[in-house]
Design a protein around this ligand. Structure first.
Ligand code: NAI
Length: 405
């Protein structure tokens, strides 16, 4: 399929940050923006008219939409999660999906730092009382954070940022991670989770949701925490057993908690939020806003639009959630064939035969595979690429093939 990337039509739904449309227009693409999400019926029309569609969390890219997405080159998820897209089906149809998992790292880390101080000073309750006309000036149970210890569970993108910011405030940092990590600053890595629980004044959770992290913090772990310490969870709701936390708070085993994520979260603003933690003293509850800042939205807009552009213009799939990853150099003079094929024995032999029968001069070749598909990139001399693609398209293992001129 000859392909002119500059005439590409891009649809951006759900009020994606304007920086995305600006950048894509700068690349020469024809960009249409919409404030709302699209229904399945609207998407079934849109996939006939557009080459790229960007969504956030409300638009559902279903199997039915993907079945009709012959024209679609790629979907951009301008958010963190990609549950709203049938990514496995997209993979089998040769459509990479890009997202921006780390654009809001700093926003989450800043919220956690704010919560460390807020918990130490009983800020939530003091503010609520002042709103209600109560002048509670007592210093009892209020502390500086300087010189205290923060225990970070999960020293990845967010955990390590919290580490840097916490040290700047004069906190000591101890962390636990299943992987050996390079400690930043003066932080130290603990051998086991229990050491972090025993030593920290503030335990903050930054693990992903996995079978191992589900119910990671329950009665036993809470009982190991220092009396008067605090728990912060801005990771995933499944990580903490809420009833055990409620018991630990009511017994006074720990002095407070801040939670941004919950085992069940309301689907939208119309649904009331209910939690056994409501009404408990020194418990800060926030509606999963760790990553919700203007800066994070802008960073997502920038990051995803750049990844989409790299895929469209260069063929790079670095940053996809559902595709073999190839980070490609800009091509030098040659045409570039981008071939997505079913990962079956003999595919490369067939493609290489086509190329060698043409006597084509290959200047570079890259391959990455997963269990379903292979992504093969071949740079070759101009006239030959077109002839090769005509034949590659006829192979029964071919899913889609395009040329970058
Ligand atoms: P990441 O993947 O960069 O880091 C996770 C770290 O946890 C890795 O170092 C990993 O080795 C470690 N880990 C995995 N299993 C572990 C275990 N059983 N015990 C100890 N360590 C373990 O992830 P990132 O970006 O730092 O995100 C962390 C969490 O924050 C995720 O659950 C993510 O969903 C959540 N998040 C929450 C947001 C919010 O709005 N509250 C926004 C963004 C992310």
């Amino acid at each position: 399929m000859p392909f002119n990337q500059n005439k590409l039509k891009v649809l951006l739904l759900e009020n994606i940050h304007p920086v995305a449309a600006d950048r894509l227009r700068q690349e020469g693409f024809d960009v249409k923006t919409e404030k709302a999400a699209y229904s399945e019926a609207q998407l079934l029309e849109a996939v006939k008219e557009f080459d790229v569609i960007g969504i956030r969390s409300k638009t559902q890219i279903t199997a039915k939409v993907l079945e009709k997405s012959e024209r679609i080159l790629t979907f951009g998820a301008f958010c963190i999660g990609t549950n709203q897209i049938e990514t496995e089906i997209a993979n089998k149809r040769g459509i990479p999906v890009f997202n921006a998992p780390y654009s809001n790292t700093r926003s989450v880390a800043e919220l956690v730092i704010a919560e460390i101080i807020a918990l130490a000073r009983n800020l939530g309750d003091k503010s609520m009382k002042a709103h209600q006309g109560v002048w509670d000036k007592s210093a009892t149970g209020s502390y500086e954070v300087r010189g205290k210890t923060v225990g970070i569970v999960g020293y990845g993108h967010i955990g390590s940022q919290v580490s840097v910011l916490a040290e700047a405030l004069g906190l000591s940092v101890i962390f636990f991670d299943v992987l050996k990590k390079l400690p930043l600053g003066n932080a130290t890595q603990a051998e086991v989770l229990e050491d972090v629980l025993r030593m920290a004044d503030f335990v903050t959770l930054h693990v992903p949701e996995t079978p191992e992290t589900t119910k990671l913090i329950g009665k036993r772990q809470l009982s190991l925490m220092k009396k008067g310490s605090f728990l912060i969870n801005a990771s995933r709701g499944s990580v903490v057993i809420i009833e055990d936390l409620v018991a630990a708070l009511k017994n006074g085993d720990i002095a407070g908690a801040a939670l941004d994520v919950f085992p069940y979260e309301p689907k939208g603003g119309d649904e009331p939020f209910k939690s056994e933690l409501q009404g408990l003293p020194n418990v800060i509850l926030t509606p999963h806003i760790g990553g919700s800042t203007e800066e994070a939205q802008e960073a997502i807009g920038r990051e995803v639009s750049e990844a989409l552009t790299r895929f469209i213009k260069v063929g790079s799939t670095f940053g996809t959630v559902n595709f073999p990853k190839v980070d490609l150099p800009v091509r030098q003079g040659a045409d570039r064939i981008l071939n997505i094929h079913r990962n079956e024995p003999g595919v490369l032999r067939d493609i290489n035969k086509i190329v060698s029968d043409l006597g084509a001069n290959i200047t570079a070749q890259f391959l990455a595979t997963d269990s379903n598909i292979g992504y093969l990139v071949i740079d070759m001399e101009r006239t030959q690429a077109k002839l090769a693609v005509e034949q590659i398209n006829k192979l029964k293992t071919n899913i889609r093939t395009r040329i970058l001129y």
